[in-house]
Design a binder for this molecule. Structure first.
Ligand code: LIP
Length: 322
């Protein structure tokens, strides 16, 4: 089991005579036996603050949200499909990501970009913007009101096991709710601080989850759900992992788990959830990521993780359907 210490900032010096630069110390993960697993510090470029990165994430997500809302045709067409025939891309996914990329290139030309719909852009600053131009594309396609623009900026390699998410914003476009967080700054919804809930027990917990686009993967996820469902209050499948993590952050969901998340599905939601007091982890003490992401208040998240481990919900011992 992995517990998380509060994040910290420190002032560090880059070698003799070098100018003072600000360093962010990653959220320290401490095992129950007291061993620190990955303190991995990542530097912020000189003169850059978490607050300004967070402000930019909010401006990016809301600008793209306005574009997608105003450009939504009466009848949304699928422009292409990705991992399977039920994994759609719309014209507005691409337009939204193009706008995000243009704004980042104009404001932070040295940063790298990892986006759901386009090619990776290399950078030189050590920071990467992780973009989901529409998270919940199936909802957008059908006119179900749970879809969001998700924008995060990470230091270090842009992978959940090794990144430090510095700031993020999830803008739920249909209802205008905007969650944001900066590392060490806390999380807010529409400017007001949010905190994870304190459910009494697993059996009274409302749990969010999601399913992949591959039929074989879904068969396995259905078996996992059959094991989880009798242990909890109920399940919600809302269709946007980014919004799920933010609902967890503000206490609208008690717990969340999902297998198969991509970095862009989770980056912004993870910093919002952790800054709101959630533990976000994988199974068997591993980090959250594609194999499994479990999130919720300490104490309960371990109980859910134990059940997921029992049924091998991350496929660690079984066939991986990709
Ligand atoms: C989707 C999610 C959804 C998850 C899907 C998919 P998309 O993202 O956020 O909740 O269950 O597997 O990743 O495809 O709408 O950007």
């Amino acid at each position: 089991m992995v517990l998380y210490a509060e994040p910290a900032t420190e002032r560090g010096r880059r070698g003799a005579g070098a100018s003072v630069c600000r360093r962010i110390v990653a959220r320290v993960r401490v095992r129950q036996d007291g061993r620190v697993i990955s303190p991995a510090p990542h530097e912020l470029p000189d003169g850059v603050t978490v607050t300004e990165l967070r402000d930019l994430a909010v401006r990016l997500a809301t600008a793209a949200g306005t574009l997608v809302r105003e450009g939504r045709p009466e009848r949304v067409e699928v422009a292409a499909t990705k991992s399977s025939e039920v994994d759609p891309v719309t014209v507005m996914d691409r337009a939204s990501e193009d706008l995000l990329r243009e704004m980042i290139a104009a404001e932070r030309p040295d940063d790298a970009i990892l986006g759901e719909e386009g090619d990776d852009v290399p950078g030189t600053s050590g920071l990467t913007w992780v973009l989901d131009p529409i998270d919940g594309t199936v909802n957008y396609l059908y006119g179900v009101a749970s879809w969001a623009v998700s924008v995060a900026v990470v230091a270090g390699p842009p992978e959940p096991a090794s990144w430090t998410v510095l700031a993020g914003c999830v803008h739920s476009v249909a209802d205008g709710r905007t969650w944001s967080a900066g590392l060490g700054e806390g999380a807010t919804r529409d400017g007001a601080p949010v905190h994870v809930g304190a459910p009494a027990s697993l059996s009274t917990s409302l749990v969010g989850t999601g399913f992949g686009y591959d039929a074989g993967r879904r068969r396995e996820q259905a078996a996992v759900l059959a094991r989880v469902l009798p242990e909890i209050r109920d399940i919600r499948r809302l269709g946007s992992a980014a919004i799920d993590l933010c609902l967890l952050a503000d206490g609208s969901l008690d717990l969340y788990y999902e297998r198969g998340l991509n970095p862009w599905d989770m980056a912004a939601g993870v910093v919002v959830a952790t800054e709101a007091g959630a533990v976000v982890t994988g199974l068997r003490g591993g980090p959250a990521g594609n194999a499994m992401t479990v999130a919720g208040p300490a104490g309960l998240v371990e109980q859910l993780a134990r059940i997921l481990e029992e049924v091998d919900a991350d496929g660690a011992g079984g066939v991986d359907h990709g």
